[in-house]
Write a protein of this length. Sequence first.
Length: 481
Amino acid sequence: MMHWIVGWSLKFRLFVVALAVAMMFVGITQLRTMPVDALPEFAPPYVEVQTEALGLSAPEVEELVTLNLEELLNGTPWLQTMRSTSVPGLSSITLIFQPGTDIIRARQLVSERLSLAYALPNVAQPPVILPPLSATSRAMIVGLSSKQVSAIEMSVLARWTIRPALLSVPGVANVAIWGMRDRQLQVQVDPAKLRANHITLDQIVSTTGNALWVSPLTFLNASTPGSGGWIDGPQQRIEVRHVLPISSPKDLAQVNVEDTTLSLGDVAAVVEDHQPLIGDNILANDSPGLLLVIEKFPGANPEDVTRGVEAKLAELQPGLSGIQIDTNIFRPANFIDMAMGNLTWSLLIGFLLLVLVLLAFFYHWRVALISLVVIPLSLVTAGLVLDLRGSTMNMMVLAGLLIAVAIVVADAIMDVENIVRRLRQHRLEGSDRSTASIILEASLEVRSAMIFATLMILLALLPIFLLGGVSGAFFQPPAIS
């Protein structure tokens, strides 16, 4: 077999050279678009389901929500492990599937089972499947700060303008807003005034809730708002539409308390404020602000995601006057660019040193050129195969390629050195054999030793492919590359 391969390559050497040039061209073109990341995707395929149940304690969430959903999701095809966490007001269930499971099919199966979730308490919201996230998750963190725009107004812009725009960027899975201050009209009661005017707290709650379009409190009439109805005229039917007159604390303060002649402003302080914060975000200018934590889909290129987010923020900037946007708080693309730049310089320096070593050993530029062509051709071919497999270029893949370079260099030098030695020997002996036959014989002399040495290395790597979990996800990419 090896005799035929080497002999065919020598006979059709021009075709082999053209094939190598085409492989280099296609490989370099394709590798420029290959996704680059710091680490491989080491997280197993999983689906996370969260259910809000405001007002329930952790034991109540466990008994009324989590256990019901676990019984419903148990037995999902390809399910390997199911974990759950119950905290006050929230249930979280993580379903880990077998390696190699299509995450889209897994989400579809979970969604079909969740459609049967009817035995949940009334205070529980419908279960929500969170978007799939990459193992490294965060692709970028953007800071928002302003001295002219209030924190509440900036939060409104972030929630209703900036976040939807960023979610439209290809590769962005989720945008979490840290430090967001929801705009609220708060009725801050004074117990002394309530007691003096013989008004109960239930009256204040009922009045405030029914003054709104829709109230989340199920025991109020506003929880089930009716339609506006219509008025029939001679020629047409005119629709009646509700227009809420309350848009500020002053408007809400003028609403009369139920069963009294007093207004809310007479017995309580009605203000515009936000929910109590758990912590806060202090940016570089020592002012409170918002942090937009941008998370990416599995397999998404962080550099493409970063460029897309920055381009989208640049489009939004004219409508965000007075707001400073800082995209350098956490930007992994900077690390990737720096690492790729350092790697490029290291490869160039190593390539030049290899040229000097080969010239010093062989004293012939053609021999050195053959050895130098083999190395980039092998790397480009390996990168092309990895790209076709859907792999990303990361640190673990680069480590495997660097180890392989040492093997390729050793094999190339061994082969070329034996061919040169045989050619010189036959030239000194005055042999009339053709150069092609001498090269074929010299190449086959060392081929068996090189094949056995390569097989020994592959056998040493074989146990790595038997690893599972996070260890297998980390060590299999360098072994494959």
